[in-house]
Design a protein around this ligand. Sequence first.
Ligand code: 13P
Ligand code: SF4
Length: 304
Amino acid sequence: MDRETVEKITKLKEEKDVVILAHYYVDGEVQEIADFVGDSYYLAKQATKVKQKNILFCGVTFMGESAKILNPDKKVYMADDTADCPMAHMADVDKIRQVREEYPDVAVICYVNSTAEIKAESDVCVTSSNALKIVKELPNEHIYFIPDYNLAHYISELVPEKKFIFNDGFCHVHKSIHSEDIEAAKNAHPEALVLAHPECTADTLKLADFIGSTSEIIDYATSSDCKEFIICTEMGVFFELMQKNPDKKFYSVGHRQFCPNMKKVRIEKVIEKLENMTDEVLLDDEIREKANAPLVRMLELAGK
Ligand code: 13P
Ligand code: SF4
């Protein structure tokens, strides 16, 4: 990016007391000017530590909402307020209440990719980097894991002593990474290791050498002695992978590794938001307070 644009963004951030948080799936040039870039767990934690009065979130709605829920006194703005994760809506409040009646000991575990309303009905939030740890920590035998079926299924196999009740949510981006695409990539690059996000289907995960969150995939590739990797998650991670590992090779598994919502967050929109400070995340007080408890519990359990 040219120096003039970087200087303009730096000046606007200082003048307006803004910190920029960005997820690994947004465009490389947005990651470049962000103050903090990470996976959804890192960003939720970071949002509780920043000093600035205003947070500009470069990601999808549930990420900005989580930052606001955890920081009611700060103003949180979305770089693009139409960038929404479809999976965040794939759970149902009435169904949660019904499951609670049926299984009185149930823990409702809510993947952070969920709306504030769904979080408000849940016992604890998790992200892909801490779900296993948190499920193991909980005393409850029954686990209702919402909204993502694939992450729930992956964790359930690692914790066979728990009884999982599944929900049928999914990420369309990860679901469309098919095992045949990976087989083809493995044939083309036989030395490469397969690194996959747990939102992928079980068929895909079976072929993976490593399964982890976006940050965990980047860390794994960076510390590995292997020089080639087949990456099974959204293509935005290639930016950080290549920055950190200029001597290694990273292969995609086709054209579908593209989250259309994350890709709405363009550098022009970031500049426009810094200039006009519109699209503030606003939440109903009662929902915010109820949704805060499971997020705080996640930060406590994951940090143990
Ligand atoms: P991470 O928690 O790995 O950042 O994943 C978020 C996400 O949206 C995956 O599709
Ligand atoms: Fe949602 Fe999937 Fe996009 Fe992640 S990649 S934000 S889960 S649609």
